[in-house]
Design a binder for this molecule. Sequence first.
Ligand code: ZN
Length: 79
Amino acid sequence: MADVTSKSETIEVVPASKPGKWYEIRKGADDVIYCSCVAWAMSKKNPKVCKHLRAFLDKNPEIENALVIEGGRYVLPRR
Ligand SMILES: [Zn+2]
């Protein structure tokens, strides 16, 4: 049986500071909320964050409130 909840999905596409470039705020198959930019991948913060993800969470406080921090990353708990 297919498990649709384990699919990775794009939540929001955000413009990069460089014109014509875009990054994606995504929910991974492991429910980690992450950004496709290098800054997120290289982030040493706990949880990992970049300016795109920060701006996204500032705009969507109800999502931020639902998140938990697991393994140094933001994770959306399964309902
Ligand atoms: Zn980013």
